[in-house]
Design a protein around this ligand. Structure first.
Ligand code: SF4
Length: 670
């Protein structure tokens, strides 16, 4: 293996584990390998991945695609690239992009939600030369994006201020960029990847791919090819379309009948969920569409719904307020009539806020049906389920079963891939699930590595408590009281802020009921539907209060992705294991992997590991730098038993005890 050339490294010293990781990244880019790296927090993985990848890219005319799953991860990548640029004085180009609709200065909230709707709007605006942002060319705007490394927010602000389309400008610069920081979808969503790569004229074999927080990749790929349709959405879409297109109204009512048919079948089988074949819905729909007066195909049905939703967007936009008498076209009048009839007679003009809101709701419902039916046609293997939960509003949904059908062909074609995360263990599971295995990727070596945390071991203590659990069979008042009591005992000795992460909001509520007053008076509670500002305020209260106790859920915004500054969390309690209920979906995924890898791995891949990853993410919020200290209490005895114990990373040095509070007191005395 070649030794790391550190000339691009912008810091004075290289941390333990970081050098090893950099060597592996360099080896991977030089020898076209796939690296799956479990790199604990604090190792400095962003810079360790970017330095060798960028150096190789510049010397060999490759492009680094730094892919993230969340917008918040862009910042650290861009800040690191700025540091490398300052340090090396090299004139490389790096551009930060997010989705087109999130960068567009003209996107409404509906457009932000529905890509297909937005994309049609954008394409039509470009084609008809109606988008002034798109029409304007501005060398000065491009020059700044090329010369400075801008965060995407800065880029959008700069371009919008100059009347230039930010997305178009970013992609123009990306054509010659050495690094593109972007979302997973730029590579792992086939439609978007094809369009972007064609636009920036880069072939897959020219890409060095870095996947940040790669534990999110399997779910993201699955979710990209998934959709849900509720019966109430079909009913609302039908009602909203009634006065616009009678035939389409009838077609939607037929779709509603298919839901009723499925509900009857489920009830007959005394089941709340039943599997649905791809062809069942297609054939049922085709059958009814053929019987209608204006017989149309399934494709025409989907396209017509899409067009109606698009037309709703332009309807009435340029009108002045006033009577509908002479100002509106016949179609607009029909829509107004529909909206008025269906909801509220106070809607008087296409300018009224009520009209806009109603129009958006109508669009949402109609496009939801169209996108669902469009996606349902996929031939990829999916879990397809009809669910009677809740009974009064059943749903039909599908989700890609095996993410490797998308990721493996990409890994095979790109120059090199680095997948990294602080919770990418066991690496073998991620290799299997994403298809980075020798039988799928011919001629590329696959490296699986687990690096040790660079921080002093004595700064982190991990405790597993005896007797306590959230195991379904042991749940109840008695257990909740014991868990609440132990939280309180531990909290007494914590010097500073702490967080308690529960498996669900329901368990948070159930256990919090029994928390004594001394904990309640310090509690800051995450609620189910908090907006960004509320979450920020909650975080700031925790950071600025001495001894605050955050009560939040595993798998939520407070337990994943959030960087707690300045050792805010001195103690973390993770209550239980957030195992999914044994739904048909979970059983289908488990069964699929059992068929592929045997029963033990099937259970691990389909059931246990997704839950343990959430636990590890939550447990990892405490230590972010060399000086930080944190005690982690895993409050479930299953972590001391097979198979849960085997799911913990190799550097987890665990103490099993029924006196977690004693260890906590000692930890804060040292
Ligand atoms: S061309 Fe640019 S500014 Fe115009 S609609 Fe499309 S993304 Fe928005």
């Amino acid at each position: 293996m070649t030794k790391t050339n550190n000339s691009y490294f912008p810091f004075l010293s290289i941390r333990a584990g970081q050098r090893e990781f950099m060597d592996d990244v360099r080896d991977s880019v030089e020898s076209e390998k796939i690296l799956i790296a479990h790199a604990p927090t604090g190792i400095g993985k962003t810079v360790a991945a970017l330095v060798p990848a960028l150096q190789y890219a510049l010397e060999n005319e490759k492009t680094v695609f730094f892919l993230t799953s969340k917008r918040s991860q862009h910042k650290i990548a861009i800040d690191t690239l700025r540091l490398i640029k300052q340090h090396t004085k090299l004139n490389f180009v790096a551009v930060d992009v997010t989705s087109k609709q999130s960068m567009c200065p003209r996107a409404t909230s509906v457009y932000r939600e529905f890509y297909s709707l937005f994309n049609e709007f954008c394409k039509s605006e470009q084609k008809n030369k109606r988008c002034r942002y798109f029409l304007k060319s501005d060398e000065e705007a491009l020059r700044r994006i090329r010369d400075d490394i801008l965060h995407v927010e800065e880029l959008c602000g700069w371009c919008a201020g100059r009347g230039v389309c930010p997305y178009k400008a970013a992609l123009e610069v990306a054509e010659r960029a050495d690094v593109v920081v972007c979302d997973y979808n730029y590579l792992f969503s086939p439609d978007i990847a094809e369009m972007v790569l064609e636009k920036i004229e880069v072939g897959l074999d020219d890409l060095i791919v870095i996947v940040d927080e790669a534990h999110n990749l399997p779910d993201r790929i699955r979710n990209n090819l998934s959709n849900t349709l509720r019966m109430s959405t079909v009913t609302s879409a039908a009602r909203e379309i009634r006065y616009i297109d009678r035939e389409m109204y009838g077609n939607l009512m037929e779709l509603e009948k298919i839901f009723t048919k499925l509900a009857l079948e489920a009830s007959k089988n005394k089941a709340v969920e039943i599997g649905v074949e791809r062809d069942f819905l297609l054939e049922e729909m085709e059958k009814v569409l053929r019987r209608r007066i204006e017989a149309i195909s399934y494709d025409d049905f989907v396209n017509t719904l899409q067009s109606i939703a698009e037309d709703l967007e332009t309807t009435g936009e340029a009108k002045t307020a006033g009577s509908t008498k002479d100002v509106f076209s016949a179609e607009e009048k029909r829509i107004l009539k529909t909206l008025k009839k269906s909801r509220d007679s106070s809607i008087r003009t296409t300018r009224s806020p009520r009209y806009k809101k109603e129009k958006e709701t109508a669009q949402r419902n109609i496009i939801n049906v169209a996108e669902f039916l469009d996606g349902w046609r996929t031939r990829e293997k999916c879990v397809r389920i009809f669910s009677l939960v809740p009974r009064e509003n059943p749903m039909l949904y599908f989700k890609l079963l095996d993410p490797s059908v998308i990721s493996a062909p990409i890994f095979a074609r790109v120059h090199a891939t680095i997948m990294m995360s602080g919770t990418l263990c066991p690496t073998e599971m991620y290799a299997d699930v994403l298809g980075a295995t020798p039988d799928r990727i011919k001629g590329k070596e696959i490296l699986m590595r687990e690096y040790r945390s660079p921080f002093p071991e004595e700064n982190r203590q991990i405790v597993v408590t005896a007797e306590l659990t959230t195991k379904y069979t042991e749940r109840g008042e008695e257990m909740y009281m014991k868990v609440a009591g132990k939280i309180s005992e531990v909290a007494k000795y914590v010097k500073g802020g702490m967080a308690v992460f529960f498996p669900s909001y329901a368990l948070l509520k159930d256990i919090a009921t029994y928390l004594p007053e001394d904990v309640r008076s310090r509690a800051l509670v995450e609620r189910r539907k908090m907006n960004k500002e509320e979450k920020n305020r909650l975080y700031e209260s925790l950071r600025d209060t001495t001894g605050g106790i955050l009560l939040a859920v595993q798998g939520g915004s407070f337990s994943e992705g959030l960087d707690y500054e300045s050792n805010t969390l001195k103690a973390i309690i993770v209550v239980g294991v957030p195992l999914s209920p044994p739904t048909l979906e979970v059983k289908t995924i488990e069964g699929y992997y059992t068929g592929k890898y045997g029963a033990e791995k099937g259970r691990l891949y389909g059931y246990l590991h997704p839950a343990v990853t959430k636990v590890l993410q939550a447990a990892g919020r405490g230590i972010r730098s060399e000086q930080d200290r944190c005690i982690v209490v895993l409050m479930d005895y299953r972590f001391a038993q097979f198979p849960y114990k085997q799911c913990l990373p190799s550097d987890y040095n665990v103490t099993f005890t029924d006196r977690a509070e004693v260890l906590c007191r000692k930890f804060f005395l040292t």
